[in-house]
Every structure is written in C-alpha cells, then in structure tokens.
Design a protein around this ligand. Sequence first.
Ligand SMILES: Nc1ncnc2c1ncn2[C@@H]1O[C@H](COP(=O)(O)OP(=O)(O)OP(=O)(O)O)[C@@H](O)[C@H]1O
Ligand SMILES: [Mg+2]
Length: 745
Amino acid sequence: MENKEYKPVGPGMRRHGPGGPAGSGEKAKDLVGTWKKLLGYCRRYSALIVVALVCAAAGTVLTLIGPDRLSDMTDAITDGVGFDTEKLSDITGQITENITDNFGIVMDAVASNMKGSAAPAEIEVNGSAIPVEDQSLTLTIIGGADMSDEAALRQAMESFPESVRKALFTDIVFDGVTVGAADQAELLKILGSVSDDGEGLAEAAGSLPESVARIIEPSIDLSVVTGIGFTLIAMYAASWLLSIMQHWVMSTVTQRVSKQMRSDISKKINRLPMWYYNRTSTGDVLSRVTNDVDTIAQSLNQSLSTLVSALIMFFGSLIMMLITNGWMTLTAVTASLLGFVLMFAIMGRSQKYFLRQQSCLGNLNGHIEEIYSGHTVVKAYNGEDEAGKTFDELNSKLYESGFRANCLSGLMQPIMSFIGNLGYVAVCVVGGAMALKGKIGFGVIVAFMMYVRYFTQPLSQIAQASQSLQSAAAAGERVFEFLEAEEMSDESGKTKKLGKVGGTVEFDHVRFGYEDSDSVIIHDFSAVAKPGQKVAIVGPTGAGKTTIVNLLMRFNEIQSGEIRIDGISTKELTRENVHEQFCMVLQDTWLFEGTVRENLVYCTEGVSDEKIAEACRAVGLDHYIRTLPHGYDTVLNDQTNLSQGQKQQLTIARAMIADRPMLILDEATSSVDTRTELKIQEAMDKLMENRTSFVIAHRLSTIKNSDLILVLKNGDIIESGTHDELLAKGGFYADLYNSQFDQAS
Ligand SMILES: Nc1ncnc2c1ncn2[C@@H]1O[C@H](COP(=O)(O)OP(=O)(O)OP(=O)(O)O)[C@@H](O)[C@H]1O
Ligand SMILES: [Mg+2]
C-alpha cells in the first residue's frame, strides 16, 4: 500500500497577502493597450496634459541652449584675459610704416641738401634739426648697408645720429592714446628680443612702455559678458517658470484623475453583482482602490513629462553637440556609452535580487497577516514556535535578498557620477588638445562639459520612467479590469414600485445555481407566504436556506421561475425597492466604527432616542449599553468591545428600529444563550405581528410557533406544514426535532 505522508499546512503556507504583491517587478500584459485606455480615461484633461508636455519640452530646449551661450561668454572672457597681442602687432606695424615713410622723407631731404647745393646747410625734418655732419654720417651708414634687408636696415637705424633718429619717429595715435617717439623706439627695442614664435613675449609684456601697455592691457568686454549673462538668467528663469507650471498642471491633472478613478471604483462596487464579491477578495479590491490608483497617479505625474523632457534633452544635447563640434561629440558619446554598458551590466544583475526581495516581502507580509489574524488559534495549538521559526526563515531570506538588491542598486549612484566624470575628463583632455591647436575655443570645452551631463542624465531617467510606465500599465490593467467587470443590469427604466405592501410572497418554480459553478442549488422551489405569516425554513447545513433568502432579496438573480411580492414579480421592481421591504438580520454581524447609537440607527432616518432604547430593551441589550463608559455614545468597531451574542442583539435591535414591512432572520440568534433567545423571541414575535417573516433557525424550538415550516434538503422542499402537522407526519422534521428534544432533555 502506498504510504502517503501527510504534510501539515501550517501558518505561513499561504504566501501572499491580500491582493498579492503588487510591486516594481510587475509587468502589464498589454502595455500599449492599457496606456491607450489610461490616456483615454484622461481625455477630459488632454488639453492640460498637452500644455504640461509643451512646458516640459520648452523648458528643456531653453536649458539646452544654455551651454551654447555660456560658450560665447567664456570666449568673450578668455579673449579679454591677457595682453591683446593682435593690437600689439597692429601698433608695431603702424610704427614700422611710419618709420619707413619718415625715412623716405629724411633721405629725400638729406640727399637734395647734400648733393644739390655747394654749401650744405642744417635742415629741419619733422621738427628735428639735423646738422650737416649728421647728414653726411647718415649717408655713409646707408651707403654701407644693404637697404633691401630689413634687419640690416634696422641695425643701420640704431647707429643713426640722434637728430636723424628723432626725425624718423613721429607720434602715432592708437585707440586715442598717443605713443611718443621715445616709446616707439623702446617698444621696437623690446620686441627685438622676442623671437618670432612669441617666446619671451610674456616677460617682455611687463616692461612695455606705459603708453603701449595702456593700449594692449587686458580688458574683458563687460558689455558682451553681461549681455550674455542676462540672456542666460532670463533663459534659466523662463525654464524654471515653465517647469513650475508643468508640475502644477500635471499635479492638477493627476489628482483629478485619481479622484475620478477612486470614485468610479467606489460607484462600481455598488453596481457589481453579488457573485463578484464571492470571487474576489476584499484585499484585492482594496489594493486596486489604493495602491493601483496611487501608482497610476504617480506615473502620470512624473513619468510622462520626465520622459518627454528626457528624450528632448538626450537628442537635443546630441544635436547641439554635433552642431558645436563633431570630434568632441564623438569623444563625449563614446565615454558616456562605455559607462552605460557598465551600468546596464550591473542593473541586469540587481534586477533578479529586486524581484526576489519583492516576493520575500510578499511572503513575510502574508505570514504576519495570517499569524496576526489567527493568533488565538496559533496560541491554542501552541504554534508560536513553529510560527516563529517560519518567520525567522522568511525574515532572513528578505534580509539576504534586500541586502544584495540594495548593495547593487547603491552602486548605481556612484556609477552614474562615474559616467559623468568620465565624460568630463574625456572632453577636457580631447578639448584641451584641440584648443591648443587652435581648432576650438575654450568656450567649446565649457559647453561640452554641460552637454555631457545633459546627455548622460536623461538615459537613466528614461530607464526609470519606462519602468514606471510599465508598473502604471500593470496597475491600470487591474483597475480597468475592475471597472469593466460585468455589472448588474441597469434598472433606471423600471417604473413599477411597491407602495405599502400587504405581504404576500410567492415563490413560483424557482431555479437557481451560482454563477461560477455548474451545479444547480435550488431545483424547483415553490411556496406561498400569506400576509403576516411567519414562515420558517429549516434543513441541514448546505441545504440552500441562505440561498433562498438571498434570492428573495435579489442579491442573486434566479435562473427561471418567479418570486412575487403582492403579485408583482421582483424582476419588475428595482433592487432598492425590494430591499426597502425587508429587514434582514444575518448570522454574520456587521458593526462599523461609530457610536452604539450610530450603529443602531444606521441608514434609517428620523429615529427617536425613545425608539432606540425600546428596541434595545426588547432584545435585552439596554442594561448592558448603559453600563458602557459613554452609554449609547460609546464608540464600537467590528473587532472589539462586544461579545458575539451582544453583536447579534444589536443587529436585531437595528432591524427593529428600521421597521420595514417584512422580516428575514437568518440564524439571527444562533450565538445568544437560550434564555436571552427566549427573551428576544418574545420581542420578535411582537415585531412579527402583521409582518410576513422568514426565519431560518437550527434550534427548532424557536420556530415551533411558525405558520408554515418548509423543510429543505438539497435545495428542494421535502416537507411542509405546521409544527404539529410535521410532527404527526413523523418524517425528516420529526426526526430532526426529536433529536434536538432528546439532547435537550
Ligand atoms: N457564493 C457561492 N457560490 C457557489 N456556491 C455556493 C455559494 N454560496 C453557497 N454555495 C453552495 O450552495 C449550497 C447552499 O448553500 P447555503 O448557504 O444556501 O446553505 P444553508 O442551507 O444556508 O446552510 P447553513 O445552514 O450552513 O447556513 C451549498 O452547497 C454551498 O456550497
Ligand atoms: Mg445559511
């Protein structure tokens, strides 16, 4: 024989909390379709969304232009820093030209003087008197020099007599500054020691004659710099304003959308058929109302605009880089991509641990929830050790996966800055080399430092945003699945309405099976309750008693047959109209967080305190309520304060206060003691006077006085009649009654 070992299913075997873990790893089945639906849902706000996206785009474009202007600014500054060598060469050029001109004039004068007249006389050129001996000396010097060689000429000029030299230099005016003869001569002398490739210029610059230094001294063109500065400030301010506006608009849209979504879900809950509740857990619906709507709102708020601006930033910076300089672009892009390859390698590894962490968290939550809600049972079976062990195990697993996931994800930030820095270094090195060769200005390097940042930043933003879009789609899928679930039929067209009812209730060949199962529960149920009658429905567990009253309340729709109230089929009435006819007290009590009074009155209007007290006296609860710290104003909730029986007493009192034409009691007194039950019985009997009532009870003593007893088995009435008739018949009912009677005696 096969020996199967039985493995106990202990606490902690159920792995997920309500709704299951809805986390970052969740993926939508139909990403595009769901986003279409989501955007369709936001259709009313499409104009606003477009405004926000345009703001995001415009702000990004403004930010992108920044580096270009900044590059211009840097160039204006670097140009102004250091001596203006261009002007210096202009000055020397002008001096040389001047000297050449003057040289011609002096030579002409000297030559005509010396050769033309028999007795040469002193002449005056450019305000300098040149004696005869100086003139002849000059001619001798020139005679021995090669005039076509500039260097030789300069050499020759050095040895000219003072009077001639004075005549060669005349004042020149440059940028409004007069450079005198002495200064010109000095400048030429100083520059004579500077080699052609500019070596020695820096030292020479310090000893320039004052007038020349004034012309070429460093001067940043402040008007250009401030002009660009103000443009930049205006651009950044505009970009800041645009981003504020975008956030404001997007927050408005998302908060409105999530409000709308929550209220749609809430309205939907009331339109769902009963069987939906049987199939779906409360936690699941709850997580759709809260978590999923939240996820969608967050994603709408951030991801959409982030994605748009990140994409523009990415391609925009690429375009701007390409426009500015091709080689530098290649450098920046290559460096960034290298970094990203590294990042994705690490991300891919950490993803696995994130998923594991998520599921470990789900398991742990499920376990805690289970142990917490079942703590009495756990204690009763001494399951604490077992539960503790399971907890420790799950906790360690969560620690491990959480540790790894966080360690790896902690690397992300450093890697991101590493990528950025890598880009900076590459741009600086390559840019520096290119600037040395004069291929780019210093400003281009500055611009690229910013472009590298603008280029790498959006990539991780895009990765994050796309993940967020994914989880929003998953959440959206769940929300739309709920919103699109099949609803109860629309009843707004129904015009028939029950006014003051007499109280005849007819079941006419009713047939019913639950929506999600094939088996038929009620096969062919027919019965008539006359006005004011007390009808008891008895039968073994699972016979279909609750099902019958649920059909009467139209919580479920019958498959065939009819249920009529005062001759009108309940199908022709609205559900609300049917519900208005009945007070219903169930075995499951339901109290909400509120005072005793609020719980008693619930949805009934215009109830006097006297009526409340009377009802409580009738069910034997009045005395107890008065002993509570705040009497009828004591706050209750479903978990605490009252015993199971007291809760039943309270719900019965609630039904009495509601005071509706008919009554349904389903095991309403199953939890109270027999003496209290008898007391309630009296009150009930008074309540049932002139009201058609349906009573389901296992304790047959409470329904002995019924006008009609229906004995149900497997959904069929097997016996019916009054207590005495059924006892006399000696059938199923008599057996049932006698067994209880035997027990009691
Ligand atoms: N929501 C549901 N979906 C499917 N089957 C259901 C559902 N509710 C009850 N049933 C089935 O219908 C049958 C009748 O259930 P019902 O609750 O009417 O029994 P009952 O007579 O009220 O039993 P009890 O005396 O234990 O309250 C049972 O076999 C049960 O398994
Ligand atoms: Mg039942």
